[in-house]
Design a protein around this ligand. Structure first.
Ligand code: HEC
Length: 139
């Protein structure tokens, strides 16, 4: 069983997405997102009741040099959202502060890693998907 799980994890990492067999793996960030975040966060604009994932991921990549730093900040934010710690303080003004979520650390780490990976290099570093959406324009 251990061996099977390991193989699933590796195939998930190599292929960059989560096949159905991944449900046997410990924590799947995309599944955590679907269950706990997608009710408020869309992936792309237009927003639901929170900023969409890709522009937010772009902001995280703009602000943090490494995945470790970005994920650490996001995990801390998800445990205890506060405006001063928000990467996008304007979003707090627009949408209201995000409620804290009671998820296990492993789930928070997995979903934050998944979130970080949604950054789309084709959009250009930090430029986001802001066309026509002033609040996501950085400069
Ligand atoms: C009840 C609605 C709601 C749910 C559920 C929710 N969020 Fe949010 N989230 C928000 C709102 C509103 C904001 C914007 C205001 C803010 O930053 O607090 C936000 C902001 C964020 C930010 C930006 C933080 C920053 O540094 O500026 C991240 C990252 C994030 N959410 C991730 C998640 C993840 C991951 C989940 C699921 C585990 C999730 N959210 C679930 C409403 C929600």
């Amino acid at each position: 069983m251990k061996k099977i799980m390991f193989t699933c994890m590796i195939s998930g990492i190599v292929s960059g997405f989560s096949p159905v067999v991944m449900s046997a793996a410990p924590v799947d960030g995309a599944a955590v997102f679907a269950r706990n975040c997608s009710v408020c966060h869309s992936i792309n604009p237009p927003p639901k009741s929170a900023p969409p994932v890709i522009p937010l991921a772009n902001r995280y990549h703009e602000k943090f040099a490494t995945r470790e730093q970005g994920v650490a900040h996001m995990v801390a934010f998800l445990k205890k959202p506060d405006k001063a710690g928000a990467v996008d303080a304007q979003a707090v003004t627009r949408f209201g502060l995000m409620p804290p979520l009671s998820l296990a650390d492993a789930e928070l780490k997995a979903v934050s890693g998944w979130f970080w990976d949604q950054y789309n290099p084709a959009m250009g570093r930090g430029r986001g998907m802001g066309r026509g959406q002033g609040q996501y324009m950085n400069r």
